[in-house]
Structure formats: structure tokens, C-alpha cells
Design a protein. Structure first.
Lengths: 306, 329
């Protein structure tokens, strides 16, 4: 157990957390403003990754692919909002869950028809290849650091957008009283489409960046979606600050648990059972953490409308 | 009263159709369709369980796959232990594996119920969208546990080499197996119809519609809901045990969130809170799966479009559409 390993795993956890934040931010915004549960958010993440991989494969530039992926996800989000989601705002959560579950089936099968069943691979951009050295003698890939930086920049931008701009003011007003801001002359339908497209674009960004680290395939959005749900439940649904704290917490606890729990069990039992107990327990760790947090604070760490 | 009558007629027709269809298929020498009918009965049974929590109690559980999968794993583990002549549990008291259905069912319902006590006790502290996501998260927790715990097959799942038996019947005979599933389904339907007529049923309905009023008359909603959640989980656990025997195989995907979504789809497609809603929903789902699957390999796309259409334009589900009545109570 060296300092280098500890730092490396902390950074891995942070990178995972930042990526989760990009997913969770859209979910929590859409729920906070429109009161909608969107299970199909993972499909937008998948769309961003697929478009990025395809465009990057044709043009030969990751950056063009990244922009295309984000724009495609945002555009898809806007289309879905106008075509489907709009009819669901007044419905109860049960209808929303079922309709967005149906959307997952449609998007997964649609992606299989358009892009084929084979996983796609994205090449890392040349500028972000290579490693930096860490204190303690280890090295760390530049690309993962870039994801952390991009995620934190997006978080800062989002806070600025919501707290300091006119659009953000309208979003916050929409959260607390939608009839009133409609009466004040704000086009609420356009605002909702914009918020949904913004969340979709963030999911697409996360998908495109993660596509470099792992294969781009059908169903890649679903495990991330469920972790994003855990994140916003821990953070408090509707709160961007809660999403950021929750995402980093989930990312770091999950990553550290997977590395260190088997080691900890190794101190008390034989190596074979330590590995199996440790890895089973670590895969359940964030859910146990969520249960513990909710037992104390049933509405999450930062209850909504903050 | 004539509208209530219409639903009763529809229910009887559904129960009759589900019984006659496999008999006809077997008469024509098509045992495949008898197995399809067993599948409908089992999935409907899982839906009947969820309907008690979701329809009657208003608890939108997105984690019933946990109980379905637990039922399946209990059947699989017990059958495997009986096959090897080993004990399932050796401490604090030794429990040998069994390959006879009734004791397996009892064990499946017991384990599913105990897990539901733990999940329900925490989840019911919250409500609304939190409840949906927490039940989902707990089910995922059990799913990941099943994948990472190597003793029961991990990602590969467990095979049931010899289908579990039932005293006096040959469970490999498609008709006998179907009748077992059908009998369980009818018992569960009778039970959930009966329970809604009791004092407990009235309290549960009131806990969904107006918990404050229920508390005012001196009944705490929390234990009522928790009890209903546990019973609901036990019925779904029984369905899981039957499903494992139908397939001869238990895989972690029984615990996955797609399964939770599908059980929910049966209930909503048929009509939330309708007694026979899950039967209609499961029958339609299996039929669509079968028919669309024969048309194109991209049948999931069509299924998704149909589901989306039902949610957007046909509220009240199949039973509501046919009887043309709003849900009462």
C-alpha cells in the first residue's frame, strides 16, 4: 500500500465521479425543473458516444467527433422532449417511468440498426496521450486528468449559468412556480426544451469522453444511469450542488472500495476468501452508503430547491 | 353496477382463455404453446405480486426483480444442493436441499419476504420519486452481489439439471407444469381479491389515497404499507421459483432492472390496480414478444413504440380500455 497507489486511485475515483456528475446534472435539472423522471437519459449518453466514435472515425479527429457527439445528443434530447416528454409533465411518475422505459427499448434497438451490434472504439487524441508523474513515483494518464478538468469546468459553468445568468434565473423560477413565470411572459415550453437539451448535451459529453476509455456499445448507458440515480438520491433530487457532492462521493467510495476492501479482508482471512468477500462487498458498497445516508436524511444531503 | 359487471366478465374470460389456450395447443400437438402459456401464468403471478404494492398500496417499486430473482435463486440453489446431496445451510441448523416444489416455494417466499422487510423498512421512510429510485438501487445491489459472489455461479448463473418435482405429478409434462403455474396464479388472485375485502385491505387503500386521514383514525400507515410490500414480494418470489423451473436455469438477469421494468409493464399494460390487470398485461406482452419476434429481429423497437403509444394514448390499460370504466377506489 503505497502513497502512489492511494493518489492514483483517488484520481480514478474523482474522474469517475466527475463523469457521473455530467450524467446526474442533467437528470437532477430535468427532475427539479420539470418534475420528470427520465430513464432514457442513459440512451442520450450512448448516443453521444456512438456519434463521437463514428464521426471521429470518418473525419479522423477526436475533437470534431466530441463536438458532433455533444450536439447530436442535445438535438436528440430536444426532439425527444418535443415529441414525447412534453406530454408526460402532467402525468404521475408511473407513466413517466413506463414511457421512458419504452424509449430505452426504442433507442437501444435503433442504435443497433444504425450502428450495428459490434462495439466501436475511439482513439485517444494525440494531444492528450502520455502520462504525468505523480508524487510517490507513479504516473497518471493525461487523458483522465483532462476528463477531471473538463468535468470540473462544466460544473463551474453550470453553477455560473444557474446562479448568475438570466436563463438560470428563469430555470430557478421554473422550479419554484411554473404558472407564475409563464404569466410573466416567459415561453415555458421553449425553456423546458432548452433545459432538456442542455441535460442531454452533458450526457452526450460524458458518453463521448468515456468512449475513449472503454468500448462504445449498446446498453453502455444503463449501468451509468443507475449510478447517476444513486448519486442524485444521495445528493438530494433537484440540487446541482447535491449532484456534484454525491457524484464525487459515489465515484471515490466505489473506486476505493474495489481496491482496498479485498486488501482489508486479507488482514483477517485467507487471500482467496478475502478476494471474493471483498469484491462482493465492494460491489454493494455505494448502495449500502446510500441506505445509510437515507436512513439519516430521507431527502438526501442537500434537499431540493437550493 | 353494470360496469363492475363488465370487468367481472372480462376477468372470467381471461381466466378461461388462459386455461383453454394451452389445452387446445396440446390437443393439436403443439407443446411449445403450452410452455408459452406457463410463461404467461408465471409472469402474471409476478405482476399480481407487484400489483398489490403498486396498484393497491401506491408504492411504485422499481425493484421487484430482486424478489423475482431471489425466488429463482432459492429454487436453483435448493435443486443444486439436492442434486449433489449437500446442505444449503449448515449453520446454525443444517438445512438440506430439496427438489420438491412446495417446500421450495415456502423457502422462496420466506427469503423474499425477509429481504422485503429489510428493503421496505428503509425505502418506506421515503416517498415519491425517492421510493422509486431506492427500490431500484436495492435491487441493483442484490444483482451485483449475485454477479460477484462465486458460490452460486456468479455471472454464469445456475443450471437446474432436473426440474423440481411435485407430489403426484410429472412436472416435465407441459400440461402438468402449466396446471401447477395456473393453480398458483389463481390462488394468488383469489388471495389478493380476498385481502382487499378485509379491514387490512381498506387500510391499505386509504394509505395510498390519503395517509393523513388514515393516521387520524388511529391507524399508522407505515406498518400497513410495509406488510403489503412484504406480501407483494413473497408472491413475486413464488413466481421467480416457478420461472427458474420453467427455464431450468437461473441467471443474474432475473435480478436485473430490465426485469423490474418488465414486471411493471405487465401491471401497467393490463391496468394498474385491476385484479386481472397483470394477467392481461403479461399475456399481451408475451404474445407481442412472440409475434413481433417472428416478424423481425428488431422486435424490441416495435415493442417500445407500442408501449409508448399505450402510455401516451391509452390510459387505464387493457382492462380499462375494454370495460370503458375509470378505476374505482
Amino acid at each position: 500500500m503505497t502513497l502512489a497507489l492511494l493518489i492514483e486511485q483517488l484520481l480514478n475515483g474523482l474522474q469517475f465521479g466527475v463523469m457521473l456528475f455530467l450524467m446526474a446534472a442533467g437528470l437532477t435539472l430535468v427532475f427539479g425543473v420539470m418534475g420528470l423522471i427520465n430513464l432514457a437519459h442513459g440512451s442520450l449518453y450512448m448516443a453521444g458516444a456512438f456519434v463521437c466514435a463514428t464521426v471521429a472515425g470518418i473525419v479522423g479527429s477526436f475533437w470534431v467527433g466530441l463536438v458532433a457527439g455533444v450536439l447530436a445528443a442535445a438535438a436528440l434530447g430536444a426532439v425527444v422532449e418535443i415529441g414525447v416528454m412534453r406530454r408526460l409533465y402532467g402525468r404521475d411518475h408511473l407513466d413517466q417511468v413506463l414511457a421512458t422505459f419504452a424509449l430505452i427499448l426504442i433507442f437501444s434497438e435503433g442504435a443497433r440498426m444504425v450502428f450495428g451490434a459490434q462495439p466501436l472504439w475511439l482513439d485517444m487524441p494525440d494531444a492528450l496521450r502520455g502520462h504525468v508523474s505523480l508524487p510517490g513515483g507513479a504516473t497518471y494518464p493525461v487523458f483522465r486528468l483532462a476528463i477531471i478538468a473538463a468535468g470540473l469546468a462544466v460544473a463551474a459553468g453550470l453553477f455560473w449559468l444557474i446562479r448568475r445568468t438570466r436563463l438560470g434565473m428563469r430555470i430557478r423560477a421554473g422550479e419554484s412556480d411554473r404558472e407564475m413565470i409563464a404569466a410573466l411572459g416567459v415561453d415555458i415550453a421553449r425553456l423546458y426544451t432548452l433545459v432538456f437539451a442542455l441535460g442531454a448535451g452533458l450526457a452526450g459529453l460524458a458518453g463521448a469522453m468515456v468512449g475513449v476509455l472503454q468500448s462504445v456499445q449498446i446498453g453502455m448507458g444503463e449501468p451509468v444511469l443507475i449510478l447517476a440515480f444513486v448519486t442524485i438520491v444521495i445528493g438530494g433530487i433537484g440540487s446541482i450542488r447535491g449532484a456534484l457532492v454525491g457524484a464525487v462521493l459515489v465515484g471515490v467510495v466505489d473506486t476505493m472500495g474495489r481496491i482496498f476492501l479485498p486488501v482489508l479482508f486479507g488482514l483477517v482471512t485467507d487471500p482467496a476468501s478475502a478476494t471474493s468477500i471483498g469484491s462482493s462487498l465492494s460491489s454493494m458498497l455505494i448502495y449500502l452508503m446510500m441506505a445509510a445516508i437515507l436512513a439519516v436524511r430521507p431527502r438526501g444531503l442537500f434537499p431540493a430547491n437550493v | 353496477m353494470s360496469r363492475v359487471g363488465a370487468e367481472t366478465v372480462l376477468n372470467a374470460a381471461l381466466a378461461g382463455l388462459l386455461l383453454v389456450a394451452p389445452l387446445t395447443a396440446l390437443g393439436l400437438g403443439e407443446p411449445y404453446y403450452a410452455n408459452l402459456a406457463s410463461r404467461v401464468a408465471i409472469l402474471a403471478l409476478a405482476g399480481v405480486g407487484l400489483n398489490l404494492a403498486l396498484g393497491q398500496g401506491g408504492m411504485i417499486s422499481f425493484g421487484h426483480a430482486a424478489f423475482f430473482g431471489i425466488g429463482g435463486y432459492v429454487a436453483g440453489i435448493s435443486a443444486q444442493a439436492a442434486f449433489n446431496g449437500a446442505a444449503v445451510v449448515s449453520w446454525p441448523l443444517e438445512v438440506m436441499g430439496s427438489n420438491v416444489m412446495p417446500p421450495i416455494w415456502a423457502a422462496a417466499m420466506l427469503v423474499a419476504g425477509l429481504v422485503a422487510v429489510a428493503i421496505g423498512a428503509i425505502s418506506l421512510r421515503t416517498s415519491g420519486v425517492y421510493f422509486i429510485m431506492i427500490t431500484l438501487a436495492f435491487a441493483q445491489m442484490i444483482y451485483y452481489f449475485a454477479i460477484s459472489w462465486p458460490a452460486y455461479g456468479g455471472e454464469d448463473g445456475l443450471s437446474i439439471y432436473v426440474r423440481n418435482g411435485f407430489p403426484g405429478l410429472d412436472t416435465y409434462d407441459p400440461l402438468s407444469f402449466f396446471l401447477i403455474c395456473y393453480g398458483c396464479l389463481m390462488l394468488a388472485l383469489a388471495f389478493s381479491w380476498r385481502i382487499m375485502g378485509t379491514r387490512f385491505g381498506a387500510a391499505l387503500m386509504c394509505a395510498r389515497m390519503n395517509p393523513e386521514r388514515l393516521a387520524t383514525v388511529g391507524i399508522e400507515p407505515y406498518p400497513v404499507k410495509l406488510t403489503a410490500f412484504v406480501i407483494s414480494a413473497m408472491i413475486t418470489g413464488l413466481a421467480g421459483a416457478l420461472f427458474a423451473d420453467l427455464n431450468g436455469f437461473v441467471s443474474p438477469s432475473m435480478l436485473g432492472w430490465h426485469t423490474s421494468g418488465e414486471i411493471m409493464v405487465f401491471v401497467i399494460l393490463g391496468g394498474v390496480g385491476r385484479l386481472f390487470g397483470p394477467v392481461a398485461g403479461a399475456a399481451l406482452y408475451v404474445l407481442l414478444e412472440h409475434v413481433l419476434g417472428g416478424l423481425t429481429e428488431h422486435w424490441q423497437l416495435l415493442l417500445g413504440l407500442i408501449l409508448l403509444g399505450v402510455v401516451l394514448f391509452a390510459r387505464g390499460g387493457l382492462v380499462g380500455m375494454v370495460t370503458g370504466s375509470a378505476r374505482h377506489g
